[in-house]
Design a protein around this ligand. Structure first.
Ligand code: PEP
Length: 252
């Protein structure tokens, strides 16, 4: 069983000062936790400060996005070369980027290839819209998205997949543990189909969408859920620490 992972996606929140303060608090409460991997994903401008704040602890750092080229005329973008040395992980294909910045599976696929080749561990997000679920096509949508996002990938070492139903993100309406387990099991079957059973069981599959201290216990107890991608609750040091500690107790 892989080491569970709890990642905090701070989205477009926190100034540099606030990010350093939050990271410092979390280092104090979670810096020694090793049975669950903890990853903080602040905005780009705070990566260096957060990396400094957690240096020497078990806490890792992640970016929230990256470009698929190393350098060039891409105004406003951040490349993998720039992230190396600042963080170990990078969230790719988050639904907010797909929705607001027109990121397609094809673009996400280029980013996944680039991250893996660069030595960054992608946290690849996939998930269905509410309309998809209401129409009963959540499995088909997630299958197509995951396959397209991972097309051509043969060495997935370091890859993490986060199943994030779009209707659960920031809504307070988390998937039930049964719904989340069913979809994470589907993700794992798809990973097994592409990379083999042994490799698939070593990769982390996370659930994301309104994870809180109140629901993490049941979610993290599911056999195919190896942790969570946490948005809103990751901005509260006490709540995030609670989520991590509960995961430690569920998956010691
Ligand atoms: C997210 O941003 O990936 C997320 C899951 O957000 P929230 O926990 O706020 O639903």
């Amino acid at each position: 069983m892989p080491t569970p992972l709890i990642a905090g996606n701070w989205k477009m929140n926190t100034t540099v000062q606030e990010a350093a303060l939050l990271a410092g608090h979390l280092r104090g409460s979670l810096g020694g936790v090793t049975s669950v991997e903890v990853v903080l994903c602040p905005p780009f401008v705070s990566l260096a400060e957060v990396a400094r704040a957690v240096q020497g602890s078990a806490i890792k750092v992640g970016a929230q996005n990256m470009h698929h080229e190393d350098k060039g005329a891409f105004t406003g973008e951040v490349s993998p070369l720039m992230l190396l040395g600042l963080c170990q992980y990078v969230i790719l294909g988050h639904s907010e980027r797909r929705r607001d910045f027109a990121e397609t599976d094809a673009v996400v696929n280029r980013k996944v290839h680039k991250a893996l080749a660069s030595g960054l561990r992608p946290i690849l997000c996939v998930g269905e819209l509410l309309a998809d679920r209401q129409a009963g096509r959540e499995e088909a949508v997630v299958t197509a998205s995951l396959k397209a996002s991972l097309e051509g990938v043969t060495s997935p070492d370091g890859l993490v997949v986060a199943y994030e139903p779009v209707w659960a993100i920031g809504t307070g309406l988390a998937a039930t543990p049964q719904q989340a387990q069913a979809m994470c099991a589907l993700v794992r079957r798809l990973l097994a189909g592409q990379f083999g059973r042994e490799q698939a069981s070593a990769l982390r599959v996370l659930y994301g969408g309104s994870v809180t201290p109140a629901n993490i216990q049941e979610l993290a107890s599911q056999p195919d859920i190896d942790g969570g991608l946490v948005g809103g609750a990751s901005l509260n040091a006490a709540q995030f620490a609670d989520i991590v500690r509960t995961t430690v107790s569920v998956r010691p």
